[in-house]
Design a protein around this ligand. Structure first.
Ligand code: BES
Ligand code: ZN
Length: 630
């Protein structure tokens, strides 16, 4: 393991050297040339979402000791960082937000510190005076009960309490003071104390059983950026599903999770066959409470996932393929700043579909590709054209604003267009090499273009065909956007048209034969002209409102709101109170607003809001212009 880590890190650092031209000398004798160069290279990175100045002092390792207290909903912790300093270093700056800093030590001695002015989203700089020979800084602090990264889920008669974090994009700083920029990587060790009946898990080597004292130790000896720091504490069990794969879930869900994710090892093997060896040893998945604001989060070694992908029939595993793909695109080669987010997500959607194709066939992956394309086309009309370039400009904004179909689906289509232009064989060897060459390093849009032009797009005619500028810095979808042909989706489109104009009877729909993607597409495409009676007929015949597939249920509930299908409102209410996945919440609340049902939206939101994570309340508060706390 150590040999492996060292070689990859070394490769990573050496790759960085080539871009550097400064002449600063190392500050201490044991600084290797490569390390020195890596620090200098950080000077290039300007991340407008972090105060850190890595050129002066950069963190390389974190020791985190923490005690988790469910009663006060706080964590009392000490974070000790190893530093690499430049020979002029006078201070190290960490990002903090919503943290109570108690004391700071520099190489073991109490030291003064300064907390600068707070900015929205970004928080404050924590400046600590150091000298070029400083090795370690240590911060003792408490988190605040409302810290944005956390969701503390209250226990009940039949469930224990649960805590999970969500660090991406810039929420790590609300639970650990850190250089919270994706361009800065560090290894970490941790000790975490939790209530005795709960297990602690991190984005690190994890336990598979509870410790009777509630004491857990963690090692992550591959360098990761701060947004991949993750902690979960809950009453979970582990089940192995393959040689390198397993699931964690609460007792009520563990059997279902074991069944649902039984094919994880196949996905892992398929991914390795495509783009090279999996770098993180194990790939496990933790099923979180339904309040988790995302579908999945690619925390290294332990994907965090929403329970809403447990459908009982393994139909929603493409989400696992997506998070797994991030083990290469994102976790191994990381977007330099949130303006380069498409390098994480676009590559991941492309890779996800290749995994799906390899395991389940082209029919399925083309259906996903087609939905991705159509989703993008829909969303484009709602987006400011300036936000539809692959390269984003998020300065002064919440990086969360970049989480649109642009990074994901325009990013995917861009890569698919290149694949189609140069041919799959060439494109695949390009991608394998891209991941190997840049493993454990950072990539920004300019460097990617340079690399792409220097490898795949060496001749002018290919460059002209690809038209990088139109994709990277142009609005909308360029003319050379690939056409996605999915016969199955096209047949659904025909069916919905015929059904809507009355030429196809509800009972003649092939609903029972359709996969979830086809059902989802059908529901999403129902035109506004369809009557409430027709919709009700559809539901009575195919029992849609009681489906176990949450994607289909969501699409149904959206239609139900739009058409005023009152019989579904109770289901809508329980769904919104129980599920905190933003991708579902936003369209459902929007549908209520768009149909003059604001009162209902606010009534449900008031009830549901305490269950939601800050990522979701942030968006919904704005959408509903919600000001009251309760
Ligand atoms: N890394 C993202 C989630 C994320 C992005 C969190 C930006 C915070 C800021 C994750 O990999 C993701 O893309 N999740 C998707 C799943 C998907 C597209 C299959 C989600 O949660 O919907
Ligand atoms: Zn993703």
């Amino acid at each position: 393991m150590n040999v492996f880590k060292f070689s990859l890190v070394t490769i990573g650092l050496l790759t960085l050297i080539s871009c550097e031209n400064s002449t600063t000398t190392p500050s201490t004798d044991n600084n290797t040339g490569a390390k020195k160069e890596a620090i200098l290279n950080m000077k290039r990175a300007t991340d407008h979402h972090s105060y850190s100045k890595p050129a002066e002092a950069v963190v390389t390792h974190l020791d985190w000791n923490a005690v988790v207290d469910f009663e006060s909903r706080t964590i009392a912790a000490t974070a000790t960082f190893d530093l690499e300093t430049s020979d002029q270093a006078q201070k190290v700056i960490l990002d903090i937000r919503e943290l109570d800093i108690l004391s700071v030590q520099v190489d073991g001695k109490d030291s003064p510190f300064n907390i600068g002015e707070e900015q929205e989203f970004i928080g404050s700089p924590l400046s600590i005076e150091i000298t070029p020979s400083t090795k370690k800084v240590s911060i003792t602090y408490n988190t605040q009960p409302g810290a944005d990264a956390f969701l503390w889920v209250e226990g009940s008669e039949d469930a224990n309490p649960f805590l999970f974090t969500q660090s991406q994009a810039i929420l790590a700083r609300t639970w650990i003071p850190c250089q919270d920029s994706p361009g800065i990587r560090f290894t970490y060790n941790a000790t975490v104390d939790v209530p005795k009946d709960l297990m602690a898990l991190m984005s690190a080597v994890n336990p598979t059983e509870k410790n009777p004292e509630g004491h857990y130790t963690f090692v992550m000896d591959q360098p990761i950026p701060s947004y991949l720091l993750a902690l979960a504490v809950g009453d979970v069990e582990f089940r192995s599903v393959g040689e390198h794969t397993g699931v964690y879930a609460t007792p009520d869900l563990i059997d279902a999770a074991e069944y649902e994710f039984a094919e994880m090892e196949d996905l892992l093997v398929a991914a390795e066959n495509l783009y090279g060896k999996y770098a993180w040893e194990r790939y496990d998945l933790l099923v979180l409470p339904a309040a988790f604001p995302f579908g999945g989060m690619e925390n290294p070694r332990l994907t965090f996932a929403t329970p809403t992908i447990i459908a009982g029939d393994r139909s929603l595993v493409s989400l696992v393929a997506h998070e797994l793909a991030h083990s290469w695109s994102g976790n191994l080669v990381t977007n330099s700043t949130w303006d380069d987010f498409w390098l994480n997500e676009g590559f991941t959607v492309y890779f996800e579909q290749r995994i799906m194709e390899a395991v389940y066939g082209r029919d399925i992956s083309e259906m996903l590709a087609s939905l991705s394309y159509r989703g993008l086309v829909n969303e484009l009309s709602d987006l400011n054209p300036n936000d539809t370039h692959l390269r984003l400009h998020l300065k002064g904004r919440n990086p969360d604003d970049g989480m649109t179909a642009i990074a994901y689906d325009k990013g995917f289509l861009f890569l698919r267009m290149i694949e189609e232009t140069v041919g799959r064989t060439q494109f695949d060897s390009f991608l394998s090499e891209y991941f190997t060459k840049h493993a454990f390093t950072v990539m920004d849009t300019d460097n990617f273009i340079e690399y792409l032009e220097g490898t795949l797009l060496t001749d002018q005619s290919t460059r002209d065909a690809v038209n990088l500028t139109a994709w990277i810095d142009g609005a909308g979808l360029p003319d050379n956007c690939p056409e996605i042909q999915s016969e199955r989706i096209e047949n659904v489109d025909i069916a919905v048209r015929n059904w809507a104009d009355g030429t196809l009877a509800t009972s003649d729909l092939l609903w029972s034969d359709w996969l979830y993607q086809e059902r989802y597409r059908f529901l999403k495409s129902i035109p506004s002209t369809v009557t409430l009676e027709r919709l009700d007929e559809l539901n009575s015949l195919y029992k849609i409102s009681s489906t176990g597939n949450n994607e289909v249920l969501f699409a149904w509930l959206e239609q139900a709101v739009l058409k005023g299908h009152l019989a579904s409102y109770e289901r809508l209410d329980t769904f919104l109170v129980h599920v905190g996945r933003r991708k579902f919440l936003t369209p459902l609340y929007k549908a209520m607003l768009d149909t003059d049902q604001r009162d209902m939206a606010v009534r449900i939101y008031k009830k549901a809001r305490p269950n939601y994570h800050s990522v979701a309340t942030g968006t919904m508060d704005e959408l509903l212009q919600f000001k009251g706390i309760n």
